[in-house]
Design a protein around this ligand. Structure first.
Ligand code: NAP
Length: 303
């Protein structure tokens, strides 16, 4: 990757959704030349106006020879499609390319993808993120990285543009394994926040004051500080959609099952998210978990 030592490397970006669009923009703002592709045409328009080249397909994007290609799509089969599908990148990417996957997908399949690509001389780095749409916009994400040391060192300057805390955990798949742990801690905590707020509500407490004081003590968390006020206000707009967290918790529970580990708290919160989705809430934000408690308790957080 000689170009990288002389000038900014050429980047490619696949998947311009809630996360991918602002992350690609932050890389462009940092001076990286960019080629983009999104399945639904038009989502790259703003980046095109800012100087990005829009490709016709993942294969077309990779054939233009970018040094590093980022993926930010929904689920494991979607990553597989943009890598190995009919118009996938693996058919045209040059040896020496590094592919960085920011999607949250299966750790086991990530290892398979890395092995298949390594046979072609292509490095695959898993780099799932935490920090939500706001972290993506502000470039303050936590990034959990798996892959070979050489490849990770090459892409570290780019990861540090989009993230504030970037940690290399080891070989391919370990970034996704860490993201699974992140989802256990985050979503079981969110259930605790909802239960605490339900008790507060039924005890006649002012929810905002309760969030303020509890959030500043040993029970403080990102969830209570950022999502608690939204629950109190009945604001269920996504940042992070329930359909996506159901996908993530299925990955977590599958990984735990293979490890012979019963994660009962995680299984319970996954069931509650599915209840909310079954009532039409799949595209609401994760804070709409509160609706499951409202249904069970016969009250509403927001009068
Ligand atoms: P999103 O807004 O729904 O965007 C998903 C993107 O993936 C869109 O560009 C979509 O293209 C593309 N895509 C999906 N399936 C595809 C396929 N088969 N082929 C090609 N493109 C495909 O989702 P997001 O919130 O940006 O999430 C992206 C990833 O980040 C997910 O893995 C998610 O779990 C993870 N994540 C999200 C957050 C968050 O707060 N939102 C936080 C951490 C991690 P179209 O435009 O054509 O639909």
């Amino acid at each position: 990757m000689n170009a990288m030592s002389e000038s900014k490397p050429q980047l490619g970006y696949i998947g311009l959704g809630i996360m991918g669009l602002p992350m690609a923009r932050n890389l462009m703002d940092a001076g990286y030349p960019m080629i983009v592709w999104n399945r639904t045409p038009g989502k790259g328009q703003a980046l095109e106006q800012a100087g990005a080249v829009v490709a016709d397909s993942p294969a077309d994007l990779a054939s233009r020879g970018p040094d590093v290609i980022f993926i930010n799509v929904t689920d494991t089969p979607d990553v597989e499609a943009v890598l190995f599908g009919e118009q996938g990148m693996a058919s045209t990417a040059k040896p020496g390319t590094i592919i960085v996957d920011h999607s949250t997908i299966s750790p086991d399949r990530t290892r398979d993808f890395a092995e298949r690509l390594a046979d072609q001389g292509i490095a695959f780095v898993d780099a799932p993120v935490s920090g939500g749409d706001i972290g993506a916009q502000q470039g303050t994400l936590s990034i959990m990285v798996g892959g070979t040391l050489n490849a990770v060192e090459e892409v570290m300057p780019m990861l540090q543009v989009v993230g504030k805390r970037v940690v290399h955990l080891g070989e391919a798949g370990l970034g996704q394994a860490c993201k699974a742990c992140n989802q256990v801690a985050g979503m079981v905590t969110l259930l605790g926040v909802c239960e605490a707020m339900a008790l507060a509500k039924q005890s006649g407490l002012d929810l905002d004051k309760m969030i303020q004081v509890v959030g500043g003590g040993a029970a403080g968390s990102w969830q209570i500080t950022n999502l608690g006020p939204k629950i109190a206000a009945g604001d269920h707009d996504p940042g992070f959609m329930i359909d996506l967290v159901i996908k993530d918790l299925a990955i977590v529970l599958d990984t735990a099952k293979r490890a012979g580990l019963p994660l009962e708290g995680t299984a319970h919160v996954a069931d509650l998210f599915k209840q909310v989705a079954a009532q039409g809430g799949g595209r609401l934000g994760t804070q709409a978990l509160a609706k499951a408690l409202e249904s069970a308790g016969g009250f509403t957080f927001h009068d």
